[in-house]
Design a protein. Structure first.
Length: 251
C-alpha cells in the first residue's frame, strides 16, 4: 500500500524574519505551502512537543519530514540539489517558477571561500541583526499590540537603541551592495534572502528611510521584485499597518 503524501505545511508568524527567509526559499523553488499561523510568544503544547526549542519556522514536508529552523531548513534544501529530489520531498507536481525570474541554482553558490562568506553573512543577519534590531522592534512595536497578556507602551530607550543599530546595519548593507553584485558575491544567495527577510520587517514597521541608503535601496529593490517576494508584500498584521511604500516595487 502506497502511503499518501502529506500537504507541504509551514508553521510561521508573518513578521518572523526566519519564517520569511524560508518563505522566500520555498518561493524561489515555486513551492506554495499550506500556512499555519502562530504567535511566537503563545506556542501551544503540541508545537513545543514537536519543537522543544520553541523557534520558527517549522516545515512539514510532503514525505513526512519535520524541518526546524531557518538555517537547518535552508541547508537541507540545498543538500537535496536536484529538482527531482526537491519534488520528491516537497511537491507532487513539477517544480516550476516564472520564466522572468529563474530560481536560485543553489542557496550557497561558488567555491569554498565564497560559500564561507555567504554563511558569514547569514550569521550576521540571523544572529547579530536579529538580536540588535529585529527582535527589539518586534518586542516593542508588535507584541504589545497582539499579545493580550502584554499591556504596555513601547520602551522609548529600547526603540532608540534598535534604530541606532539599524542605521549601522543599513550602512553595512550599503557598503556590501556598492562593492558587489549581490551581498555575498557575484550570485544571489541565501545571504540575500536572509538579509531581505530581516529588513522587510523593519520596512513593514516604517523604520527605514531608503533615501538615506541608496546602495542598500537598489539591492533591496532587486530582491523585492522577485516573484518569491510578492506574498510577503501582501502580508498584513491586525493592528500593525505598514507604510504606503511597503508593497511598492519602485519606492
Amino acid at each position: 500500500m502506497v502511503e499518501r503524501l502529506r500537504q507541504l505545511r509551514l508553521t510561521h508568524f508573518k513578521l518572523c524574519p526566519f519564517s520569511r527567509a524560508i518563505r522566500l526559499v520555498l518561493g524561489e523553488l515555486g513551492l506554495r505551502p499550506e500556512f499555519v499561523d502562530v504567535q511566537p510568544w503563545a506556542l501551544d503544547r503540541t508545537f513545543l512537543a514537536a519543537n522543544p526549542a520553541g523557534t520558527l519556522p517549522v516545515v512539514e514536508t510532503r514525505d513526512g519530514r519535520l524541518l526546524i529552523g531557518a538555517y537547518a531548513t535552508a541547508e537541507f534544501i540545498d543538500d537535496l540539489g536536484s529538482d527531482e529530489a526537491i519534488r520528491a520531498c516537497f511537491a507532487a507536481e513539477p517544480v516550476t517558477v516564472e520564466r522572468s525570474s529563474r530560481r536560485l541554482d543553489t542557496l550557497f553558490p561558488g567555491d569554498i571561500d565564497s560559500r564561507a562568506e555567504v554563511r558569514r553573512l547569514i550569521d550576521w543577519f540571523h544572529l547579530k541583526f536579529d538580536r540588535e534590531v529585529s527582535q527589539e522592534l518586534l518586542h516593542e512595536k508588535v507584541r504589545p499590540v497582539l499579545d493580550r497578556k502584554t499591556s504596555r507602551a513601547p520602551d522609548a530607550a529600547m526603540l532608540r537603541a534598535a534604530r541606532a543599530n539599524l542605521k549601522y546595519h543599513l550602512s553595512y548593507v550599503g557598503f556590501l551592495a556598492d562593492q558587489r553584485r549581490w551581498l555575498g558575491g557575484d550570485e544571489i544567495s541565501y545571504a540575500d534572502l536572509a538579509a531581505a527577510a530581516h529588513l522587510s520587517i523593519a520596512d513593514y514597521l516604517g523604520e527605514i528611510d531608503w533615501e538615506d541608503v541608496p546602495y542598500a535601496q537598489v539591492w533591496y529593490q532587486l530582491v523585492k521584485s522577485r516573484p518569491s517576494f510578492r506574498p510577503l508584500l501582501e502580508d498584513r498584521v491586525p493592528g500593525v499597518a505598514p507604510p504606503a511604500h511597503y508593497a511598492e516595487l519602485d519606492f
